[in-house]
Design a protein around this ligand. Structure first.
Ligand code: HEC
Length: 373
């Protein structure tokens, strides 16, 4: 009995190999950001966490590893020109939320937990969030930490264009803490050789999981990667630690529990923009436009550049429609959606599928488009 089962397995394996003769040697093309240390980096001797994970996944599949550049910022989301154009088989580092990068992408994983951390110079730390009251906290402009800190009275928020700049300023003594995306803190730690104390902050919209994205057509690959990643999780965690990702402490902060009238309104920020960089507003607006037209798919229903197929969906007319309330209406509609409309079409709710930063970038862009009459 045992023998016949065994031979059946052998026959099945041989049959399976014969059915897919090429797949064993075809490279596994892995989309990786070329400049996002410690997650991935084309330069240097060690190429980053995702790079090493990609290599191990290729090994496990018996396929040669072939990295494919997938630039940061918008490029990271513009999965259309990479994964969906079949330039790579898998993209490492997409958010582990079904449908967030579009219906054509399946997510395998999660690979890693990531999020915002409070970084202090060595020795500094807090045990509760209200210990930040009276302190100066450096953040990246328009980031989730900036929004969250606006709900906490008495914190002096100092805003920078990039999270790395916020960490460097903290190390120079210009702030008591930096509240930033954790890879940025680790990057500066490695750049400066100064050890930081890194405190994880558990709270709404402050943590998420990264995953492997695969085009919907490659269902079998997606399933296989899901299994492999699941089995590799301890190994992935060890790789992440070897690149300096870690927490020296953790605190919880349910900042959304703050009364709603305190939320949403951003504080007047102190923005420090290096002279050679485009103005924050312009860069943000441009990002918003791309998100609207090409990434989040708003243009499908609202027309390219928000011109709207019908008046009620023409988003350039919001200020005419709602006057001073138009920004509140924007947030209300975009976060919660709108089911009852005269046209019968529904506006989806975006609160769980788009980041606050992205929706803010769209708002900045829309502000510049409002018609006078
Ligand atoms: C599936 C179609 C669809 C998509 C996708 C969509 N919307 Fe809408 N949106 C609508 C409809 C329908 C309305 C309601 C218009 C009405 O009241 O008749 C609406 C209303 C709005 C309003 C309120 C407009 C007003 O003047 O009352 C805003 C703001 C808005 N959408 C922004 C967005 C943004 C930003 C995105 C992308 C993140 C987006 N929408 C994606 C269909 C869509």
């Amino acid at each position: 009995m045992r023998r016949s089962l065994l031979s059946l397995a052998v026959v099945m394996t041989v049959a399976a190999l014969a059915a897919f003769p090429a797949s064993a040697s075809e490279p596994l093309r892995v989309c990786l950001d070329p400049d996002l240390p410690p997650l991935s980096s084309a330069a240097g001797e060690r190429h980053g966490i995702y790079w090493e994970v990609g290599k191990r996944l290729a090994d496990a599949l018996g396929r040669p590893f072939q990295p494919h550049g997938w630039p940061t910022d918008l490029g990271k989301r513009a999965i259309r020109t990479t994964l969906l154009a079949d330039r790579c088989d898998v993209a490492l580092g997409v958010p582990h939320v079904k449908g967030l990068v579009g219906p054509r992408v399946l997510v395998a994983g999660p690979l890693l937990d990531l999020g915002y951390v409070l970084a202090f110079s060595e020795g500094g730390r807090i045990a509760r969030i209200d210990e930040l009251v009276g302190k100066r906290v450096a953040v990246a402009f328009n980031s989730e930490p900036q929004t969250a800190l606006a709900t906490l009275d008495g914190v002096v928020t100092v805003t920078f264009r990039e999270p790395e700049e916020a960490v460097r300023a903290m190390l120079r003594g210009e702030a008591d803490a930096a509240f930033v995306w954790e890879p940025a803190a680790v990057r500066i730690e490695q750049e400066t050789g100064r050890r930081l104390t890194i405190v994880r902050v558990d709270g709404p919209r402050l943590r998420w999981q990264a995953a492997a994205g695969v085009a919907r057509e490659k269902r079998a690959l997606h399933e296989r990667l899901d299994e492999l990643i699941d089995a590799m999780r301890p190994e992935i965690a060890a790789i992440a630690r070897s690149y300096g990702l870690r927490y020296d402490a953790a605190i919880g902060w349910d900042w959304l529990a703050t009364p709603p009238e305190r939320r949403g309104a951003l504080p007047a920020p102190i923005v420090r923009v290096a002279a050679d960089q485009p103005t924050t507003e312009a860069a943000l607006g441009e990002r918003g436009r791309t998100l609207f037209n090409a990434v989040l798919g708003c243009a499908h229903c609202h027309g390219r550049d928000a011109v709207g197929p019908e008046r009620a969906r023409d988003l350039r007319r919001m200020q005419i429609r709602y006057r001073g309330d138009w920004i509140d209406t924007y947030w209300q509609t975009v976060l919660e959606g709108r089911l009852q409309t005269r046209s019968g079409y529904a506006m989806p709710a975006w609160k769980d599928t788009a980041s606050r930063e992205d929706l803010e970038a769209i708002l900045v862009w829309l502000s510049g488009l409002q018609l006078a009459r």
